[in-house]
Design a protein around this ligand. Structure first.
Ligand code: NOJ
Length: 493
């Protein structure tokens, strides 16, 4: 008789995404950091979450807020030091929490020494670590094929020095690694081992579905779809058949899992950022030898309503039946905030949190969701987010319309600093410092301190006599002011 499989810790995980840059700034430079997160560790424990996902903390020129890594081995000085990271991970562990690192395997920064070597000449030993192709036409100035990046524009980038094109699934400053080269696989699996040995309990895997590309380099077929959605990455009049969800990526999920399974006590966990229909995405997890879970973004697009949520739960149960684990995601640092989708209706936010935290599966909470933080619509011009730069030619009103549809061209909107209190800068950074993004003006009335007082039964003065903003926004809410949707999250075992 087979021994029963012990229940793994992730089956009762409640993941909380700490978007470090915007979480809490201890150094005073206006950018959130590791020490800042450590100062809030008791708050996180008190909230009842039991798994932290830390946004990238690696060395980076920060052209894509840390998702452009220039050295996987070291910590970005803006975020702190390796000792700060040690203290944060240890403090979380001491409180019974697990910690996931964000692992960006698909691409590096173009400033990474690997890419610098690779682009230096066609004969450099690292040339084949990235995806280089000659162009079409006699002068090679026509890209090798019609492939588009995930963001819409052509994904091939011309390199004048070596007169070839390199492939970038996301931004030009993020060249894709070539996973068909065994040395690349080895190097990245060693990076994974290094951070598991450090003590991370697993990884959130950035755009994992893009890892392998079709090696015939045939054109992607036509698709009538204009814009990709959470459930279908095809768009920009192209089916992404050659560039996303390649069968070799599904196979590599198994290779990665084997490496992760080398580490036990505790066993380690993998959650993939992949886009598509849940019934397809389950392929990444099936058989207990792949990823443990994938983000299911469908909940974000599901209209609020009992019937809609019920059929979503049924759908997730059908497509991710036990022992597979669905995930409950309503927002992250790339998406319109959950509260925006629910029109900041407190009753809806409460009910949504209740279903997120009680349905079978892994709830994934983005920092600030627990107090109903709002997006701050910011202009495309002057944005930190490079995606806004890409679409800067569009009139602002188009960006606003798309935002209302849930498409953020300027992701700064959902990345504003965490609202800790009514102190200057919302307590995110000290008075007199300049936060890297503006604080949402609503912080004076909507912040963690005020919400915590309310939860403990001592409503803040503003709640006793509802502010005009509150009265205006909640015409049919219950008489209580619900602002701590995560306070009922599952406790760590
Ligand atoms: C997905 C991340 O969530 C996003 O913030 C980043 O810009 C892209 N991947 C590229 O790494």
């Amino acid at each position: 008789m087979n021994a029963p499989t012990p229940t793994q810790w992730w089956t009762s995980a409640t993941i909380y995404q700490v978007y470090l840059r915007s979480f809490h700034d201890a150094s005073g430079d206006g950018i959130g950091d590791l020490r800042g997160a450590l100062e809030k560790i008791d708050y996180l424990q008190d909230l009842g979450i039991n798994t932290l996902w830390l946004a990238p903390f690696y060395a980076s020129p920060n052209l894509d807020a840390g998702y452009d890594i220039s050295d996987y081995e070291s910590v970005n000085p803006e975020q702190g030091t390796i000792d700060d990271l040690r203290r944060l991970v240890d403090a979380a562990h001491a409180r019974g929490m697990r910690v996931l690192a964000d692992m960006v395997m698909n691409h590096t920064s173009d400033k990474h020494s690997w890419f610098q070597a690779s682009r230096s000449s066609t004969t450099n030993p690292k040339r084949d670590w990235y995806i280089w192709r000659p162009g079409r036409q006699a002068n090679g100035k026509e890209p090798p094929n019609n492939w588009r990046s995930i963001l819409g524009p052509r994904g091939w980038q011309w390199d004048e020095k070596t007169r070839e094109w390199y492939w970038a699934s996301f931004l030009p400053c993020q060249p894709d690694l070539n996973y068909r080269n065994p040395e690349v696989q080895q190097a990245m699996l060693d990076v994974v081992r290094r951070w598991l040995a450090f003590g991370f309990d697993g990884f959130r895997l950035d755009i994992f579905h893009a890892l392998f590309k079709d090696d015939s380099f045939a054109d992607n077929p036509f698709s009538p779809r204009i814009l990709p959605t959470e459930e279908n990455p095809d768009g920009f009049l192209q089916s992404f058949r050659a560039t996303l969800h390649h069968p070799d990526t599904l196979h590599f999920a198994r290779t990665l899992r084997k490496v992760v399974d080398e580490f036990q006590n505790p066993p380690r966990f993998l959650i993939g950022e992949v886009f598509g229909q849940p019934e397809f995405l389950r392929k990444y997890c099936e058989g207990d030898d792949g990823l443990h879970a994938v983000f299911l973004f469908k909940a974000m697009q599901t209209p609020f309503g009992a019937r809609e949520y019920r059929s979503l739960i049924q759908e997730f149960e059908r497509d991710m039946p036990a022992p597979l684990l669905p995930t409950w995601v309503f927002g992250n640092h790339d998406r319109m905030r959950k509260g925006e989708r629910l029109d900041h209706h407190p009753g809806r936010e409460k009910l949504c949190a209740a279903s997120q935290l009680t349905a079978r599966g892994i709830p994934c909470i983005y920092n600030g969701e627990e107090i109903g933080m709002r997006d701050l619509p910011l202009p495309l011009a002057g944005a930190h987010d490079p995606v806004a730069g890409l679409y800067g030619f569009l009139p602002e009103f188009v960006a606003r319309i798309l935002h209302r549809q849930g498409i953020l061209l300027n992701r700064d909107a959902c990345r504003t600093p965490m609202q800790w209190s009514s102190a200057p800068n919302a307590g995110f950074t000290g008075q007199g410092n300049t936060p890297w993004l503006p604080v949402h003006p609503e912080y004076a009335s909507n912040n963690v301190e005020a919400s915590s007082r309310w939860v403990r039964g001592r409503p803040p003065p503003a709640a006793r006599r509802p502010s005009r903003t509150w009265a205006r926004r909640a015409p049919c809410s219950s008489s209580k002011r619900p602002r701590s949707s995560a306070s009922s999250a599952k406790r760590p075992a």
